[in-house]
Design a protein around this ligand. Structure first.
Ligand code: ADP
Ligand code: MG
Length: 389
């Protein structure tokens, strides 16, 4: 904890970690009242924190330059700009919800890879939220219901302070996931269900292929898709596209209809995937992943050449299915791969990227892992985590 002491001149009160996530299926539907199926991964963002008596938040991240210092009373739309908005926004949102939150000294040590489609933003928010929950005695971190409230504060931070029009999937996964499961999230009412998902048990692994193409969700293209989907629902006189039929979409202009078709078919694929996983048929979800990618690439148009190449190459090398994950325009793809084929798939994707002159991709084994938790400190045997409901 030397970094914390040299930065802030005292020891931290504790460390809290929140995982990144991979969305198995159900992409770009979390803002359309849809269903998604994320799982938490082992890669985590860790914050060391100590509470303050005033309303000042002092922030430092080993992944970014400089120290951010902000008075929580000055937090508002777009302020602070930059990465400080994720953490400051969480404290702001908790205060806005009436919780007795003061300032923090906070050092971000480990991190989920930034901008890789693994949701480093929600990991940072959720680790910060859990730190505030513990240090200010909010009592929310120990129950799924309390964690839903923390997740809601994190979503507000990202939407209102950072200005990224993301839905609630990332935060739900980081705060509610359990090991060996994916989290079925119904974004219509926020309800969740743990769905058994243990690829290893089936001789498989979920291989994340990070294309290293970096996207910026706040830059407008994501918000543009969200606006299109909202417009399509409004034109059809529906509260959302959740229950639209493909026949109804035919009444829209062709551009909007294609966007809508992605939403409607993707929600259907989530239901099919859940039915297969509930029946223990992990090996059979591959074609659903492939169809999801095609829909995202052709109807929703959020893929890119690197993601398309990663998926096609992985399939040709033995993956059972592959698709882009996250917001798109770069970031990562996932491939469901027999463990025995994993190295061959990696080699093939590496070679294809080199042949096309792309940056060398990164590979991460995504293992369904537990949600955010306080980390044990030396001499402290209690780890405050989520007690499975
Ligand atoms: P993703 O969530 O897929 O990784 P985003 O664009 O949503 O991509 O979030 C990435 C941004 O979140 C970074 O550019 C940075 O501003 C912020 N961020 C995430 N993790 C950290 C960290 N450990 N330290 C500082 N900033 C971070
Ligand atoms: Mg993000």
């Amino acid at each position: 904890m030397n970094g914390f002491a040299s930065e802030f001149g005292r020891e931290p009160a504790g460390r809290w970690a929140a995982p990144g996530r991979v969305n198995l299926i159900g992409e770009h539907v979390d803002y359309a009242d849809g269903l998604c199926l994320p799982f938490a991964i082992a890669q985590r963002t860790v914050v060391a924190a100590a509470d303050r008596d005033d309303a000042v938040l002092r922030l430092r991240s080993l992944a970014e330059r400089g120290t951010v210092e902000i008075d929580l009373d000055d937090v508002g739309t777009g302020s602070p700009a930059g990465w400080g908005g994720y953490a400051a926004g969480v404290l702001w949102a908790l205060r806005a919800a009436g919780h007795p939150v003061r300032g923090l000294d906070l050092l971000v040590t480990d991190t989920v890879p930034l901008g890789a489609g693994l949701s480093s933003s929600a990991a940072l928010e959720c680790a910060t939220a859990l730190a505030a929950d513990d240090l200010f005695g909010l009592g929310l971190g120990g129950t799924p219901e309390g964690r839903r409230q923390l997740a809601a504060a994190c979503v507000r931070a990202e939407n209102e302070i950072v200005g990224a029009a993301t839905g609630g999937m990332d935060q739900a996964a980081a705060l509610l996931a359990t090991a060996g499961h994916a989290l079925l999230l119904d974004t219509h009412d926020g309800s969740t269900r743990q769905v058994p998902f243990d690829p290893q048990d089936a001789g498989l692994q979920v291989l994340v292929i990070d294309t290293k193409v970096r996207h910026h969700l706040a830059d407008g293209r994501y918000g543009n898709r969200r606006t299109a989907v909202e417009k399509a629902a409004e034109t059809l006189g529906l509260p959302s596209l959740r229950d639209a039929t493909l026949d109804q979409l035919a009444a829209l202009d062709p551009g909007l209809a294609r966007r809508g078709r992605h939403i409607v078919t993707e929600i259907g694929r989530v239901r099919e995937a859940v039915a297969l996983l509930d029946a223990g048929l992990v090996t059979e979800i591959g074609p659903l992943l492939d169809a999801s990618h095609t829909s995202l690439a052709e109807d929703y148009e959020v893929s890119c050449a690197e993601l398309d190449l990663a998926c096609a190459t992985a399939r040709a090398a033995g993956a059972l299915g592959a698709r882009m994950v996250g917001g798109g325009f770069g970031g990562s793809a996932i491939a469901l791969v027999p463990v025995a084929r994993a190295e061959a798939v990696e080699r093939a994707v590496r070679a294809a990227f080199e042949a096309d002159g792309y940056r060398e991709p990164d590979f991460i084994d995504a293992e369904p892992s537990p949600a955010a938790a306080r980390l044990a400190t030396p001499g402290d045997s209690t780890v405050v985590g989520l007690v499975a409901a």
